[in-house]
Write a protein that binds this ligand. Structure first.
Ligand code: GDP
Ligand code: MG
Length: 857
């Protein structure tokens, strides 16, 4: 019987807790352990939750939870716990006329029942219920699940020793057979279920098997798979994994596998799937009792390799799953019984039968509505049924698992197109060079092709500011528009083409399925640095933007792996840093800008690997669990889809420009613009007028006066004062205060470094100066005062030191927030902020100081 069948005052002994792993764990922690007496304190029909007393404390359980706790009630008066109750509870029960009177004998017996169970030396045979308890606690319900003709009935017969006719019953009856047997002190109840390829609700068999698993809740599902065709057989396994139930795999027809001389790493496959794989030869009975041993180990939770894994269905599907899951989680009475992830996936697949299971949900309509919305969203996004996306991902998971564990001997007939392509692209030796060549192409295209449209936009921006300067009345608004808005946003917008090209390549990799392969190709290399091949995808995505890269770490199962990857993602130069590189490198190393930028990317990658080794040896010294790297089928997404995805990513960049960059530019400009009432040390206007009235005015003198005035104005401005304040910190790196301020503002977004420089270095009151590109301005910038007066601000050494600082120092605020959220701790967010900046400072310091000593610039 189950706990929810008891009424108030009744007590019983816990036989065992059924249900899903997480649920069992929670109840076990509450004290619901085999042999412990439990007493119903308060319960009324329809009352939920019910209060129980266990281990000297009162706990409440929902009825649906109590329904999963199996108990036994010995014949006779039952087991008392009542006299262990506090007085008030007991009095309350007596007032209600509930409960029985319990004798001293029962009290002793209860104690004995508890201790007798745990201490095998004691003779508990004499207790009338100890046998029942043992039997209930040691009964294992097993269901045999598998494709048709994989050998379920053969295994079933071997176990039950019955000799039921073995043969093909395909689709004749939808029925199951039950056999009971004893093995190693356990009582097995084994059900042979009809063969199915899947657990959808297409055929009666599929529905029957699914219902059996969901309603009967076998303790362990033995998933029989045909070793001859693992790819197809593991499809069903992938669905069982989603259900989050205990599974043992019987790798049947193992004789065929051996005969074909295929090599399968069974141990690794077990680890990858999180479920034990046991080779069997069903028709000869080989391995079937070893199978039972593993069933016991899983039942008693003794197998350390067993864990619940998540098959990764790709970013978009996972987002949909999360949204639906959140709604389902509002119904604990449902999630006690079923995995919310499984239900969400089934809803996305459009499995209407599942709606039935959810009909008791208090927010049923909301769940249904949301799953329809999500299905629609995915269909539009991928122009494909969600069920196809999910199926493809499952096969991708299986292909990945098999790629790592299985070596087919020679001639393998059933070649899919994807596998043919993979033969080359993930080839042991060719894979890496091909991939590196692709990366080189990607970066070259980004810089080379991007240059043409960049020039056009640049001329456009210049034209616009000249037009405004000529047609607007002098004053605050003109300055705001030209120096603040155009100076800032315009400085950033010119890099849009570069960024779009980069996004084009990243989308191309994602959409074709090549991105998933990079994990494979890089796995061996990544392991050298304490990382997993799967870490590589977030790292590559980091070149686009660090924020989605942080989110992409979700595909890593191990928390330590995830955090380690998050810590090094900031060293992947995101597309927002690209404008700074192009600007500064172009201004200072015009001949070698491409090489310098490529070098920065490489320096970032190398540092990330080095840092990873250090962290792995210090912070995360754990053993890593292997997991599957999915190999989804290659797709030809078509140019339109890739372009659309490129644009979706690029839109984000444009929005940033209209938002944070615009705002920052205006604020920086205002900080530089005010205060207006400066007490000049000289009468500049007068001196300039004086010079101009001369018969032969010297332009040099005029320019000199203008820039002196400008310098004085800047120093007096709010931002100038801020810059002076932080100068001591950055002087050892060779930076002037404008660079310092630019770096500080880069925390909002990295492009803001450019827009700030645009505002600070371009704000010029000399009407003769006209407009020239920011790049030119930088290269012409000279110190106006101090010991370095007259010398260029951006020497090659300063430029290099500055670029290195930009590469390493703290990521923007959006990334910090993403780290905090994904790592589930703001401690890590703070750590990222700090350690990257320390590395940046030290690296720049070394470069600048060493370079100065060696007189390199
Ligand atoms: P079911 O449909 O899953 O119940 O599969 P059956 O138990 O009916 O087996 C289908 C066929 O496979 C029968 O002819 C069995 O004799 C054969 N068979 C079962 N297990 C093995 C095995 O391990 N190796 C080989 N070679 N044949 C097997
Ligand atoms: Mg059968």
């Amino acid at each position: 019987m189950t706990l929810n069948e008891l009424s108030t005052g009744e007590s019983a002994l816990i036989a065992r807790v059924r249900g899903r792993g997480a649920f069992r764990k929670r109840l076990t922690e509450m004290g619901f352990v085999r042999g412990k007496p439990v007493l119903v304190v308060k319960s009324a029909p329809l009352q939920d939750p019910v209060e129980y007393r266990i281990l000297d404390s009162n706990v409440s359980l929902r009825r649906s939870e109590a329904g999963l706790v199996e108990v036994i009630q010995p014949d006779g008066d039952g087991v008392s716990g009542q006299d262990q109750l506090p007085d008030e509870d007991r009095a309350q029960m007596h007032r209600n006329g509930e409960g029985k009177l319990w004798g001293r004998q029962w009290r002793r017996a209860t104690r004995k029942a508890i201790h007798g169970w745990e201490d095998s030396d004691q003779n508990n045979e004499d207790l009338p219920w100890s046998k029942d308890l043992e039997k209930a606690g040691r009964t294992i319900n097993v269901a045999l699940v598998g494709n048709p003709n994989c050998g379920k009935t053969s295994i079933f017969n071997r176990l039950s020793r019955s000799n039921e006719h073995v043969g093909n019953y395909a689709g004749v009856t939808v029925d199951s057979k039950l056999a009971e047997l004893s093995f190693k002190g356990y009582h097995f109840r084994i059900t042979d279920l009809p063969g199915t390829y899947s657990l959808s609700d297409y055929s009666p068999e599929e529905r029957y098997v699914r219902e059996h698993i969901m309603k009967e809740k076998p303790d362990v599902v033995v998933n029989v798979v045909d070793a001859n065709n693992l790819e197809r057989n593991l499809y069903l396994t992938s669905q069982l994994i989603d259900m989050d139930i205990s599974v043992v795999l019987a790798l049947n027809m193992y004789d065929d596998l051996l005969g074909k001389k295929d090599v399968l790493d069974i141990d690794l496959l077990s680890k990858l799937l999180g479920s034990r794989v046991v080779p069997t030869i069903g028709n000869r009975g080989k391995g079937v009792f070893r199978l039972l041993n593993h069933v016991i180990a899983v039942f008693e939770e003794l197998d350390p390799d067993i864990r619940h894994i998540h098959i990764n269905y790709g970013e978009e599907v996972e987002a949909s799953v999360r949204r639906i899951q959140e709604l389902i989680r509002d119904n604990p009475s449902i999630t006690d019984h079923y995995s919310s992830r499984f239900l969400s996936l089934k809803l996305l697949e459009g499995d209407d039968n599942i709606l039935h299971t959810l009909s008791s949900a208090q927010n049923f309509e909301e769940i249904r509505g949301s799953s329809q919305d999500e299905r629609h969203r995915l269909s539009v996004l991928f122009r494909d049924e969600p069920v196809t996306l999910i199926t493809d991902a499952r096969y991708g998971f299986i292909a990945g698992a098999l790629k790592e564990t299985m070596k087919k001997s020679g001639n393998d007939p059933g070649f899919s197109r994807s596998r043919r392509i993979d033969r080359v692209l993930t080839h042991k030796y060719l894979g890496l060079p091909i991939f590196l060549a692709f990366l080189w192409l990607m970066f070259t295209a980004t810089f080379r092709l991007g240059n043409y449209p960049m020039d056009w936009i640049e001329s456009g921006v210049e034209l616009l500011s000249v037009l405004l300067r000529n047609h607007m009345a002098e004053g605050f608004f003109r300055d705001l528009l030209i120096d603040g808005v155009i100076g800032g946003v315009g400085g950033v917008i010119v890099f849009l083409p570069n960024i779009l090209i980069l996004f084009f390549f990243i989308s191309l990799m994602e959409d074709t399925g090549y991105m998933a392969r990079t994990a494979f190709i890089m796995d061996r290399v990544m392991h050298l640095f304490g990382l997993h091949g799967k870490s590589f995808i977030p790292l590559i995505m980091g070149f686009g933007c660090n924020v989605p890269a942080m989110m992409a770490t979700r595909t890593l199962e191990d928390r330590n792996d995830r955090i380690l990857t998050m810590l090094i993602i900031p060293f992947m130069s995101c597309s927002a840093r690209l404008p700074v590189y192009v600007l500064v490198a172009g201004a200072i190393f015009p001949e070698h800008a491409g090489t310098v930028i490529f070098g920065l990317y490489m320096l970032g990658i190398l540092t990330s690997l080095l840092v990873s080794i250090i962290f792995k040896k210090t912070l995360f010294r754990n053993q890593e669990a292997p997991f599957v790297m999915e190999l989804p089928v290659y797709r030809n997404p078509g140019l339109k889809v890739v372009l659309r995805h490129m644009w979706q990513k690029g839109e984000h960049y444009l929005k940033k420009m209209g938002g944070v960059i615009l705002l920052a530019s205006v604020v920086i400009w205002a900080l530089g613009y005010f205060p207006r009432n400066i007490e000049w040390s000289k009468d500049y206007e007068g001196l300039i007028a004086l010079e101009q009235e001369k018969p032969e005015p010297s332009q040099e003198v005029i320019d000199q006066l203008y820039s002196e005035k400008e310098l004085e104005r800047e120093t007096a401005s709010l931002i100038g004062r801020m810059g002076t304040a932080i100068e001591p910190l950055i002087r050892p790196l060779g930076f002037d205060w404008k660079m310092g301020i630019s770096l500080v503002t880069g925390f909002a977004a990295k492009e803001v470094v450019v827009s700030t420089m645009g505002v600070l270095y371009q704000a010029d009151e000399n009407p003769e100066a006209g407009s020239s590109s920011l790049q030119k301005r930088l290269s012409e910038q000279v110190y106006g005062s101090g010991p370095k007066a007259g010398t260029p601000v951006f020497t090659p050494l300063v430029g290099l030191s500055f670029l290195i600082f930009i590469l390493f120092y703290l990521p923007c605020v959006a990334v910090i927030v993403a780290v905090g959220r994904e790592a589930g701790s703001w401690k890590w967010a703070g750590f990222v902020l700090l350690y990257t900046t320390v590395i940046a400072w030290v690296a720049s310091f070394i470069v600048y100081q060493l370079g100065s000593i060696l007189q390199l610039g």
